[in-house]
Each structure stands twice: as structure tokens, then as C-alpha cells.
Design a protein around this ligand. Structure first.
Ligand SMILES: C[S@@+](CC[C@H](N)C(=O)[O-])C[C@H]1O[C@@H](n2cnc3c(N)ncnc32)[C@H](O)[C@@H]1O
Length: 509
């Protein structure tokens, strides 16, 4: 049984006491006590294993790590605990209630919010945080409320990973939810502003920032309406789920639905970010876009960025057919067993029909990155379809977006290129043949991609150590192979942009 908090707040003294009380409630201790499998399955919204492990410890060794076991049952598993058993050392049960974290009745305590330990490393420093959010339906056994505030999920992690972590001035986290994106940014920024339309999200983000001693201003309001000034970095995991009106009859699920038709909310976030970036500033956001029947997948993102005065690199990681998209997000609504079959099927059909009626053939899912150019040479748009490998990490995002923005992927004879250290080459031969039929460049970092190379590009990649410029390398290959220079140049200059966009090559300064 869980209770939604009316207020979640503490003063400085209570925050200090809370940190002391929660000191043993860390990811490391959870994994050690309950096992990596129980912890990771909980993160995938499966609580059964973690619950079983806490039951086992309570039965077999009741006095061992009782504090950790009971905090876990209270704040991760949504179980009631006896306040005497919890043996609080630094705060009283009443103070936990006063902060809005728990509800007390007849000496029984139940959590009003999920409070999840979170470990991170930034600039070689370790942090152990606690992040308050709403309990998912996998814990409550009920569909989530309309103003549900998400904890750290898969999309959150994708954005955290894709964010460049250089020291910056001002950062905006738009649609902050529990605050985690802005809180990470606060570790490498002078100032962070986090916004959300939801009053509960603002309350939770503010609480999390204070609890973890992170400096972040949290403001309530829709999109860019409460924003003043420009930013060096704009981050957003916006409510991008393309939702039909038929699903909104009982209200809008704020955490994922921006309440607009089709994918126009993401278009507004792109336009707002473009308008609020400082020169040289970057924006990284997640998005979904509609691909109309017979259209190029990049049609919508390209139209969003056109005339906004920013360079853009959009990475489409996946495309889904409408019915696959609907199934994914209906699963997110609530596990099927929580809904009546009739409700589920009605929502399914209405949602698919909405896509069909608006001529949507597929939905693209990915990352949109923007950069406000420093020069006035015009802007550039790049669209990559990369479904293999991993999501790119922040340093690659910055490197590639800067290449797109400053050089528009143009190649001049006098340019120097450097091969990334983790690029390797695979050669595939027909048995008995001396020459390879297929040459593939692979990379550990970046997107972890595999790119088939033409033979001239393979030779060039081997020589890209920054010693010779690309014109000199092409000339040398032409002389050695006896192939005319124009042919080599076409083969090499035609493929370099692909390798730059994969992070396999970088341009030397
Ligand atoms: C997908 S959640 C992301 C939460 C968090 N940033 C994360 O990455 O886990 C989207 C957030 O956007 C907020 N939101 C929805 N509509 C909004 C709007 N019009 N303006 C600002 N925020 C909005 C929701 O309340 C929700 O917290």
C-alpha cells in the first residue's frame, strides 16, 4: 500500500539527518545483499526477485542488515514495515512523515514515494544519491496516475549517456521529471535550470536536488514559457509519445504525452531549443517522429530544424510500424493483466487507426542534436540511420555534431584526419583467394558500428594518423596501386563523411 505525498519537503537540518540515515542504502550494498540479478530485474520493473531475497534474509537472518533490508522493502518494494523494526538512527518516524516520505498508521510505516539509491561517477568522483519518484505500476499493482513522475528509466539512461560532459556555463533540463538529467548536468555546469509542467515533478526534482546537495533551480511551466535567457547546453527527454485524443478521454499521462497532435510537441521543443542556445551551444534531446507513407524518414525532423538557425545531427536508432509502437506504449501504460481485455483492445484499435487516418507508415525513434553555429556560413542538417551497436556517448556526440556544424562534412585536399584508437579492420576472403572480398571497419566506442569499406578507403584509413593530409594520402595510394588519382579520390572522399559520422575518423585541428 503506498500513499501519494501531498508535500515532499525538508529543511536543511532534516536533509542532513536523512542523508545520515540513508548512508548504508546504496547501490553497492543492495547488490551485495540481494544479488545483481535481483537489483537489475528491479530496474526492469520486476520486483519479485528482490522481494523474495528480502523475505529470505528476514526469515533466515533477521538481525543481519535489518536497516538496509527494511529500507529496501519500504522505499523500493512499497511494502509496509513496522517502525520499531526499522531502527532509525538519525531521524524519527515522525520526521520521515513530516518530509512527506512515509505515511504512519498504528506504528506501521508505508512509503509515499519510491526512493531509489543511484550511484554515478563524474570527473573521477563517486556519488551515491537517492532519487525520489513515484512507484511504478509493477510495485503498486495499479495503472499509474495521470501526474505520475517517472524514476530513472531506459530513456533517461540514453539521454544521460548521450550528454557531453565538458564544463559549461548554463544548462536547461526541459521536462525534468524527478530531476535526474539536470542533477547530472549540475556536476559540470555553473548553473542549471530545470523545468516541468507538472507540479509534482517540480516538487520531487527540488526535493532530490536538495537531498543530494545539488544546486539546481527548478521552475514550473510549459515548455519554454518560464525560461529566461540563453543556454550553453539544452537537454530534454520530452513527453514525445505520439498519442491519439481517444486515449486522453480520462486525462493526459503527463510524463509521456505532451497533449498535442502527432509529433508536434517535439517540433516545438526543437524550435524552442534553437531559439535559446548561445553561440556554439549544444542541445541533446530524445524524440519520436512520424514517417508519412512513401516519405523519407528524415522529412519531419528536417522540417523542424529548417530555418531555425541551428546545425543538426539526427540519429534514428529504430523505426516501428504503428501497431508495434502501440503495443510498446500500451505495455508501458500498465501490464496487460491490470486492464480489462475490452479496454485494452479498444485503445489498441483507436491508436492504430489514428496513425492510419493520418497516413503514418512508420515512427522513427532517436536522438536529435543541435548546435548554434559560431560562423554565419549557413546551417547544415545531417540524418543518420544507425540501428546497430550502442547509443553514442557524450564525447562522440559533441565531436560529431561539431564536425557537422563547423565543417558540414566537406573534404578538402589539405584536411588532416585521424583514425580513432579503437578502430579495427576485418577482412573476409573467399577460400584460396589472395585479395579480400569484403573489408569492414569496426569500432569499440562511438556507436560500435561496422562499416564496409572500399579498398581505397581501407588503405586511407590505415594512413590516417595525422602525419599526411588527405590529398597526400590519396596521391600516394594512386601511385602505389596504379589507379588514377580521380578514381581514388572519389572513392575516399565519398566515404569519409560516413566514417566521420560514426566517430571512426576525426578531423585534426
Ligand atoms: C519522459 S519524462 C522525462 C523525465 C526525466 N527528465 C527523465 O529523463 O527521466 C517527460 C517530462 O516532461 C514533462 N512535461 C510534459 N509536458 C510538458 C510541457 N508542456 N512542458 C514542460 N514539461 C512537460 C512531464 O511532466 C515529464 O516530467
Amino acid at each position: 500500500m503506498t500513499h501519494l505525498p501531498k508535500q515532499l519537503h525538508a529543511d536543511d537540518e532534516l536533509y542532513t539527518k536523512l542523508r545520515a540515515e540513508l548512508a548504508d542504502y546504496t547501490v553497492e550494498n543492495l547488490v551485495e545483499a540481494f544479488g545483481e540479478d535481483a537489483y537489475t530485474s528491479y530496474q526492469r520493473e520486476q520486483r519479485a526477485l528482490l522481494l523474495a531475497r528480502t523475505n529470505q534474509l528476514l526469515t533466515e537472518k533477521p538481525s543481519e542488515q535489518a536497516h538496509l533490508v527494511l529500507l529496501t522493502r519500504l522505499f523500493l518494494l512499497g511494502e509496509e514495515v513496522d517502525e520499531k523494526d526499522l531502527q532509525l538512527n538519525h531521524v524519527s518516524s515522525e520526521e520521515l512523515q513530516q518530509a512527506g516520505l512515509v505515511h504512519l498508521k498504528d506504528n506501521r510505516m508505508s512509503a509515499c514515494v519510491k526512493l531509489e539509491p543511484h550511484a554515478l561517477e563524474m570527473n573521477e568522483k563517486q556519488y551515491n544519491w537517492w532519487i525520489a519518484s513515484d512507484f511504478p505500476s509493477s510495485v503498486t499493482g495499479k495503472p499509474v496516475e495521470k501526474d505520475h513522475v517517472l524514476g530513472i528509466g531506459g530513456a533517461t539512461r540514453t539521454l544521460l549517456q548521450a550528454t557531453p560532459r565538458d564544463q559549461v556555463g548554463r544548462v536547461l533540463d526541459l521536462g525534468t521529471g524527478c530531476g535526474i538529467i539536470g542533477m547530472y548536468a549540475a556536476l559540470h555546469a555553473d548553473e542549471v535550470v530545470a523545468t516541468d509542467i507538472s507540479a509534482r515533478a517540480v516538487m520531487l526534482a527540488d526535493f532530490n536536488a536538495h537531498l543530494n546537495e545539488v544546486k539546481m533551480q527548478v521552475v514550473q511551466g510549459s515548455l519554454f514559457e518560464p525560461i529566461k535567457g540563453d543556454f550553453d547546453l539544452i537537454l530534454s527527454n520530452p513527453p514525445f509519445v505520439i498519442t491519439p485524443d481517444s486515449l486522453r478521454e480520462t486525462g493526459i499521462l503527463e510524463y509521456r504525452d505532451g497533449g498535442q497532435t502527432g509529433d508536434s510537441l517535439v517540433a516545438q521543443v526543437v524550435a524552442g531549443a534553437a531559439a535559446h542556445l548561445r553561440e556554439g551551444g549544444l542541445s541533446v534531446m530524445l524524440g519520436n517522429w512520424e514517417i508519412p507513407e512513401g516519405a523519407d524518414p528524415q522529412l519531419h525532423p528536417q522540417s523542424w530544424v529548417a530555418n531555425q538557425g541551428v546545425d543538426a545531427w539526427v540519429v534514428q536508432r529504430e523505426t516501428l510500424l504503428p501497431h508495434h509502437y502501440v503495443e510498446m506504449w500500451l505495455r508501458d501504460n500498465a501490464p496487460a493483466w491490470m486492464r480489462s481485455q475490452a479496454d485494452y483492445e479498444r485503445d489498441y484499435i483507436n491508436w492504430v487507426n489514428d496513425f492510419i487516418a493520418r497516413g503514418v507508415a512508420e515512427i522513427g525513434l532517436g536522438v536529435i542534436t543541435l548546435r548554434k553555429p559560431v560562423s554565419n556560413r549557413g546551417t547544415h542538417f545531417e540524418f543518420s540511420e544507425i540501428s546497430t551497436g550502442t547509443s553514442a556517448s557524450g564525447p562522440y556526440v559533441k565531436q560529431i555534431l561539431t564536425e557537422v556544424s563547423e565543417h558540414h562534412l566537406e573534404i578538402r585536399d589539405t584536411d588532416f584526419f585521424i583514425r580513432a584508437d579503437d578502430v579495427r579492420e576485418e577482412r573476409h576472403y573467399l577460400p584460396g583467394e589472395p585479395d579480400p572480398q569484403i573489408i569492414i571497419a569496426t569500432q569499440g566506442g562511438g556507436f560500435g558500428q561496422r562499416i564496409q569499406l572500399n579498398t581505397h578507403m581501407a588503405a586511407t584509413l590505415g594512413a590516417c594518423d595525422g602525419e599526411l593530409n588527405i590529398g597526400q594520402i590519396v596521391t600516394a595510394i594512386s601511385v602505389i596501386t596504379g589507379v588514377d588519382k580521380q578514381t581514388v579520390e572519389q572513392a575516399v572522399y565519398g566515404q569519409i563523411p560516413q566514417l566521420l559520422l560514426a566517430g571512426m575518423l576525426t578531423r585534426a585541428k
